[in-house]
Design a protein around this ligand. Structure first.
Ligand SMILES: NC(=O)c1ccc[n+]([C@@H]2O[C@H](COP(=O)([O-])OP(=O)(O)OC[C@H]3O[C@@H](n4cnc5c(N)ncnc54)[C@H](O)[C@@H]3O)[C@@H](O)[C@H]2O)c1
Length: 293
């Protein structure tokens, strides 16, 4: 999407962090109209203090992205107040880390519901509206470098982010025909409030095998991300990628060696079977699987 001025962006998690950075850059620098949707009213209020002072066309909506009916109502409200949504930023996400063997079903459900199913709800809500209008659009999904690298204590988060990568790659190949671009943003570290994610964990996910609102844990988690990107600087990179219709937004070259090793291991695992008789048989048939060459 080249010409963003005056168009409408809908940004989930827009009250804080990565998403708030996106709201600032899309409203101030791309001169878009922006909806920020968030489950934390205090985050929305604080963000609106900033946008109101600057007189920017930003509209806050209280939304739990796991609630499908509420999501449809939020989309209606966004369109009524600002106009048709052409840029969807599925940015809201949560994290809670710990050993996989300590996880409860509620631990799994919360992160899967927000990070993956909440994103699917965004796609299911806005994709048909974009297709029906026939004016194209763009979707930016926020994954993580945890969409590529499985570290100890990150199993649930990592599962959601690998899935977000798969979802994004699939949307990219399927939505091109509607002139809807898709990008996936994979941050390494960003200086946000994600260390305090558990504060937005609803009571219905009551049983946890992990930590709660523990200031010591928050301090430790913050120390990992505070040297990361500033959300506004990261959002400028996202803006440029949307304008160029880039799929990958990976501004963390420090991960190159890790990914080179990962890819080399996958290729080696495939090559190991080059002399397998069934491979020979399939080659002779001359009918490669879709995606294979
Ligand atoms: N901060 C990092 O280092 C980092 C690294 C990689 C990926 N990410 C990803 O960036 C995205 C944004 O996270 P952040 O770091 O800005 O965290 P953040 O906590 O600062 O912001 C996330 C926002 O999402 C909101 N939110 C949580 N659950 C919600 C729900 N059910 N419905 C609506 N809003 C909800 C929160 O209230 C919060 O305002 C996430 O997807 C996260 O996984 C962050």
């Amino acid at each position: 999407m080249q010409d963003l001025e005056g168009k409408v962006a809908f940004i989930t998690g827009g009250g804080s962090g990565v998403a708030l950075g996106q709201a600032k850059v899309f409203a101030e620098e791309a001169r878009m109209k922006v909806v920020i949707a968030d489950i934390r009213r205090d985050h929305l209020d604080e963000a609106m203090g900033y946008f109101s002072r600057k007189g920017l066309p930003v509209h806050p909506i209280y939304l739990d992205i796991t609630d499908r009916d509420a999501y449809a109502r939020a989309a209606d409200e966004a369109e009524r107040v600002l106009g048709p949504v052409q840029l969807l930023c599925n940015t809201a996400g949560v994290s809670q880390f710990g050993p996989v063997e300590s996880a409860t079903y509620d631990d799994w459900d919360w992160q899967l519901d927000v990070n993956l199913k909440g994103m699917i709800n965004g796609v299911q809500t806005f994709m048909p509206r974009m297709i029906q209008r026939g004016a194209g659009g763009h979707i930016v999904n926020t994954a993580s470098m945890s969409a590529f690298v499985a570290l100890p204590n990150t199993a649930i988060y990592c599962t959601t982010k690998y899935a977000v990568r798969g979802l994004s790659e699939s949307l990219r190949v399927e939505l091109e025909k509607y002139r809807i671009g898709v990008s996936v943003l994979c941050p390494g570290g960003v200086n946000t409030n994600i260390h305090e994610s558990v504060l937005s964990r609803p009571d219905r996910y009551g049983r946890t095998g992990y930590y709660g609102a523990d200031p010591e844990v928050f301090k430790r988690l913050k120390s990992v991300i505070e040297s990361g990107f500033d959300p506004v600087d990261l959002a400028r990179i996202v803006l440029a990628a949307v304008r160029r219709n880039d799929f990958w937004i990976l501004p963390y070259p420090e991960f190159v060696p890790t990914l080179e090793q990962y890819n080399a291991k996958v290729i080696a695992a495939l090559r190991q079977y080059e002399s397998d008789p069934d491979y020979e048989r399939r080659k002779k048939l001359g009918r490669p699987m879709p995606g294979a060459q």
